[in-house]
Design a protein around this ligand. Structure first.
Ligand SMILES: [Zn+2]
Length: 83
């Protein structure tokens, strides 16, 4: 499975440029759908946005799960914002 490189949160039409820290999935009966990834800063905002989307049935009902992404670094990157 390849993950997006950027947070899925869109703030007033602008994509968030940060790399994601969490995978968001929805648990529904025996299924689990991965729906987005989100950076640390937008975790709470995304959670409330998802609740709003669930109430409008834009996304499946169920329990939202945030799973921390353990980054396996293969290239040389600067560990920015990793605290
Ligand atoms: Zn973000």
């Amino acid at each position: 499975m390849t993950l997006p490189h950027r947070c899925s949160y869109i703030d007033r039409g602008r994509d968030c440029p940060l790399s994601p820290s969490y995978i968001i999935s929805i648990e529904n009966d025996n299924d689990e759908y991965m729906i987005a990834v989100v950076c640390h800063d937008h975790r709470d905002l995304m959670e409330s946005r998802l609740k709003a989307m669930q109430s409008k049935s834009t996304i499946p009902q169920g329990k939202t799960k945030f799973q921390e992404i353990r980054v396996v670094v293969t290239d040389c990157i600067n560990a920015a914002g990793d605290e």
